[in-house]
Design a protein around this ligand. Sequence first.
Ligand SMILES: C[S@@+](CC[C@H](N)C(=O)[O-])C[C@H]1O[C@@H](n2cnc3c(N)ncnc32)[C@H](O)[C@@H]1O
Length: 388
Amino acid sequence: MGLTERLADRIRRGGPITFAEFQDAALYDPEAGFFTTGGGAGRVGGDFVTSPEVGALFGTLVARYLDDAWDRLGEPDPFVVVEAGAGRGRLASDVLRALPACTPALRYVMVERSAVLRSEQRELLTVEPAEEALGPVLLGSDPQEDDEWVPGTGPIVASIDELPGIGFEGVVVANELLDNLPVRIVERADGAWSEVRVGLVGDDLVEVLIDADPGLAAEADVVAADAPLESGVRLPVPTLLADWLAEVAGVLRRGEVLLVDYADNGAGLGARGQDQWLRTYRHHERGGDPLDAPGSQDITCDVPLEYLGSIATRAGFVVTHESTQGAWLTDLGVEALVEEGRAVWRERAHLGDLAAIAGRSRVGEAATLLDPDGLGAHRVITLERTVR
Ligand SMILES: C[S@@+](CC[C@H](N)C(=O)[O-])C[C@H]1O[C@@H](n2cnc3c(N)ncnc32)[C@H](O)[C@@H]1O
């Protein structure tokens, strides 16, 4: 039975489902979900392009950020970097290739929900069993004499399907993960919130409005952040993002969280409308209505900024940085790297070797990563978790 039929059966039995339940099935159903069946980021053969997929430059700059964070933490060894929503492993591979100073201490743990994408990571990286990367870390912060912990033996790369279950010290990185965490949707009507659920007419999936429960209405107020809202305005409420951040807070004993994603404030989301903040993609083109053919297209949503700040505080984090991706990469020294690339190209263009081509490629990559109407407009937010 196809996913649409299974969802229809579920709705016939239990009534309309939340949009988050629908989105979770559409993206991650074990048999037919968009990501489960191998959809995802990629310039060739993918469905959308993310910063790591533009080229190696983004990973080189993230490696610099990781070195800065390692330094701020006092150069711990092991230094655990958990990349959540790691996709095919492109960012991990570029970070490692940049050889950051933290490399000998580095345990790089990719967390990816899709088994197909986890297996594709092995085409780019040598992946070791999770115990190799996390073993001594799992034992706690004070390695005992009989632990097999040997400093300076990194990098070790591992790949798992959910966040590590036990505390660690380091950094959690998430590039374009948050926009794929399922959202509930609310609509403003007569000064109150309704919830947009997914119901059925005949065999067709359709939107159904019901009164929002008080908990959801309270979260919707946080998303709206005092923006003046007319009747009919809709907003996303990313309740699963709140759960994910609380889970991160539960395992990151000390360290930082780096979040990169498209985001907007409550007023912007309200003014732009649902068809702008909730988008579908398939093979590099905008897809159809989100309820169409679940599993066949990506469904992605802008991250509400005030809401993110609020749930971060609730989870015990302090927001330490917020800027556009363009500004963040500029602070990390992207211009100097581009200049370096240009110089290599000038010197080696006549040879046309890999170094020359990589040098020239940096110029174009930087333009794409900094584009104020594209990836450069993504928001970069860092959170800090201090010792509990
Ligand atoms: C938009 S893709 C981004 C991939 C990669 N970070 C990049 O920038 O190219 C989002 C990825 O997050 C994964 N994902 C979604 N929810 C997840 C979760 N709770 N834990 C781990 N991975 C998740 C999806 O399967 C998908 O591969």
